[in-house]
Ligand binder design. Structure first.
Ligand SMILES: Nc1nc2c(c(=O)[nH]1)N(C=O)[C@@H](CNc1ccc(C(=O)N[C@@H](CCC(=O)O)C(=O)O)cc1)CN2
Ligand SMILES: Nc1ncnc2c1ncn2[C@@H]1O[C@H](COP(=O)(O)OP(=O)(O)OP(=O)(O)O)[C@@H](O)[C@H]1O
Length: 183
């Protein structure tokens, strides 16, 4: 299937998940994140969920990384050119919802892509080659192209990867790992 069709299909699938399913799936996803080796990581980039679209709640992961003395970085959307800028998200950082419903930090220090040591990315679906489909504006493809090449990029999703996204393009960057509910 192609991205456009996959976007529609997986938006619908996610919307129809029950709260109990989401809770169950998230527990499995969190456990797998807690098993990652983070000994060399200082700065973790995470997304803050669009709750209206039933994205994975990343708050427990933020708590986990903070309690392990990692600094958290989150993004702000630049709507004029579909790029992201990145800012520290500390315990006292205020958040405001942007026009997409994504929480964004207010008045904190900007961080360059090269400083990030571990990156978690949202998605609608991925395939067995670790390519992802997002909301189709290229925010994450532009962002990931600027990160250090040694940095693990980990996708989080409620759904198992499909066999193949048919219309992968030259901007698509494959992820290093996809975490989805298992066992
Ligand atoms: N939590 C989270 N943050 C993220 C992403 C994400 O998938 N999840 N993104 C991943 O790339 C970027 C945001 N991408 C988005 C692209 C489109 C829409 C969206 O709602 N589009 C509506 C039209 C909204 C409008 O223009 O007012 C639509 O397409 O119907 C939302 C987010 C950056 N931040
Ligand atoms: N690094 C880049 N430089 C210029 N254009 C890009 C880059 N990455 C992606 N694009 C463009 O952005 C558009 C959206 O890309 P794509 O369909 O892969 O989005 P997506 O990965 O589903 O969405 P998102 O990254 O927002 O979650 C495409 O037209 C693509 O050509």
């Amino acid at each position: 299937m192609k991205k456009e069709e996959l976007r529609k299909k997986y938006k619908e699938k996610r919307n129809s998940l029950l709260d109990v399913e989401i809770t169950f799936f998230q527990e499995s996803i969190y456990k797998q994140v807690f098993d990652l080796d983070i000994s060399k990581v200082k700065i973790v980039h995470l997304f803050l969920s669009m709750r209206k679209f039933k994205e994975i709640d990343t708050n427990p992961l933020i708590d986990y990384f903070r309690s392990n003395k990692k600094r958290i970085v989150v993004s702000k959307c630049n709507f004029n050119n579909n790029t992201l800028s990145h800012f520290y998200f500390d315990e006292d950082t205020e958040l405001m919802l942007n026009k997409f419903g994504v929480p964004e930090p207010n008045n904190t220090e900007e961080v360059s892509e090269s400083e990030l040591d571990l990156i978690f990315v949202p998605m609608l679906i991925s395939d067995k080659n670790n390519y992802r489909v997002g909301y189709g504006k290229g925010y994450y493809d532009r962002f990931l192209s600027k990160c250090r090449k040694d940095v693990p990029i980990i996708g989080l999703n409620f759904f198992e990867p499909i066999k193949k996204i048919e219309d992968v393009n030259k901007f698509d960057i494959p992820l290093d790992k996809i975490i989805y509910p298992k066992e």
